[in-house]
Design a protein around this ligand. Structure first.
Ligand code: PHE
Length: 468
């Protein structure tokens, strides 16, 4: 689409912060820490770091360069690059279309906790069953989700530079500052149990960063690699058209290579800091047992701990949930923006109309998915072994099933049809050198498609079928 209609980032900083805004989201704050706790602490960190610098790099470069090179959002980018691959653009759009049905709901949960902390009800939020009671109630989650949806839609409505970029430039530095404050605070914690055991945040930090090889088998190691891999591309917002769309708004004189490094760094640092705040805190108050709380860590364990901390806990709780809301907001914006850009192009609509239409449609979808916890409640056994309600089902189809599949096909397309040189040329079009060229080509041609295939087999439950 014509740049005049879509707009562009004003400069490199604006672009990097907006892309980092998309990348830093609930995945960093919520999922990363519990994966680290589950997958051997420092061992997971190491595997993750290696993957960020290799796969993450290759995938992020591919999406962004494809966007800037074709000057098109995801629905058209593949077609512009090669007519025969039009279908891939269309399939890619399904991922944000599904994610958008539930992302605002999670945003709404966060908003609810902000309100709870501000209104002095944090003690109530720390009681057993509070979170479950809240998300299974009929009205409250819908109201908060719709508020979150309105804020998201408002920013997208304002446009690229005046909306998304402006908000990211304010929110992202504050987010970073807030998470540093809480992470450092976590290290100073000291807690004495009722039986007299003293545990400190610093000890928890050591558990967090020390690789734990206990009981490690080849199978377990592979599981860690796959966990890190799926976390990685969810976290970098790749393989769903978002970074293609954001790439299409990048002015030609921006140094893409540096930008990619900065985005990767921002995303990884925030994930690391999230672990650095959550794991030592949970360890100090509940020991290693508390660390296995899984997805419940953020909405269930942390409010309990904040409550135990007394008045400082309310303060830390407020900072934490505001920071968390910022992370979710900028990600949700990127999902909606991608859909708006696609709809604008596909139906030839103006931004404002496209945003309004999508906001209405997704408000309805949000209500339906919210009701998945009560009116439309069901328990579905997924191929990967977990039990799902409506929200989990949307998450499963988009992230576990479609993303690895699309990523694999996209790597094959870029590696073998379009060829890595096309991407490298685009990366260097501003006159700056691309530093990891050789690595990029090997990754995108050989290693990434293979690993994506394995990841797909695993998430689709095909491994379970074969090895049962
Ligand atoms: N990257 C975001 C995160 O880490 C998640 C996200 C997924 C954002 C999909 C947009 C789309 O949470």
């Amino acid at each position: 689409m014509d740049k005049k209609n879509t707009g562009a980032w004003t400069n490199q900083l604006g672009f990097v912060l907006a892309a980092a805004g998309s990348a830093v989201g609930v995945g960093n704050i919520w999922r990363f820490p519990y994966l680290v706790a589950k997958d051997g602490g420092g061992l997971f960190l190491l595997v993750y770091l290696v993957l960020v610098l290799t796969f993450g790099y290759a995938l992020l470069v591919s999406d962004l360069a494809l966007g800037r090179g074709t000057q098109s959002n995801s629905i058209r980018a593949y077609k512009k690059a090669d007519k025969k691959w039009n279908f891939l653009g269309k399939v890619t759009c399904i991922v944000p279309a599904l994610i958008m049905t539930y992302y605002a709901i999670i945003g709404g949960w966060i908003l609810k906790y902000i309100v709870v902390y501000f209104t002095g009800n944090s003690t109530v939020a720390s009681t057993d069953g509070y979170f479950t009671n809240f998300i299974t109630s009929v009205y409250s989650p819908i109201i908060f989700a719709l508020i979150f949806m309105c804020i998201t839609a408002w920013v997208v409505y304002l446009g690229i530079d005046k909306g998304i970029e402006k908000v990211s430039k304010i929110v992202m530095p504050i987010l970073l500052l807030m998470i540093i404050i809480i992470a450092v605070f976590a290290l100073t914690l000291k807690h004495t149990d009722s039986n007299g055991t003293v545990r400190t945040g610093l000890q928890g930090f050591l558990i967090y960063i020390t690789p734990n090889f206990e009981g490690l088998t080849l199978g377990k190691f592979l599981q860690i690699v796959l966990d890190a891999m799926s976390q990685l591309f969810f976290s970098l917002s790749v393989a769903m058209g978002i970074m293609i769309t954001y790439g299409s708004y990048v002015p030609k004189d921006v140094n893409m290579n540096k930008s990619v490094q900065q985005i990767e760094l921002f995303d990884t640092v925030v994930a690391f800091l999230a672990g650095m705040m959550i794991i030592p805190t949970v360890f100090a108050f509940s020991g290693t047992d508390g660390m296995s709380a899984g997805p419940g860590l953020v909405f269930i364990s942390l409010p309990k701990i904040f409550n135990e901390m007394g008045s400082i806990g309310i303060f830390i709780g407020i900072i934490f949930f505001i920071m968390f809301a910022f992370a979710a907001l900028t990600s949700c914006i990127s999902v909606l923006e991608t859909l708006v850009a696609n709809v604008m192009e596909f139906f030839n609509l103006k931004r404002k109309n496209a945003t309004l239409w999508l906001a209405v449609i997704y408000s309805i979808a949000t209500v339906i998915v919210c009701l998945g916890y009560n009116v439309f409640y069901f328990e579905l056994k997924l191929p990967n072994g977990s039990t799902a309600q409506l929200l989990d089902l949307m998450d499963y189809i988009s992230n576990s099933f479609l993303m690895p599949l699309i990523c694999m096909i996209s790597c094959i397309f870029i590696g073998w049809v379009l060829k890595p040189d096309w991407i490298i040329k685009e990366m260097e079009s501003s006159g700056d050198k691309m530093t990891r060229k050789g690595l990029y080509a090997v990754m995108i041609k050989y290693i990434a498609p293979f690993v994506m295939f394995v990841l797909f087999l695993q998430s689709a439950g095909i491994f379970n079928l074969i090895f049962k």
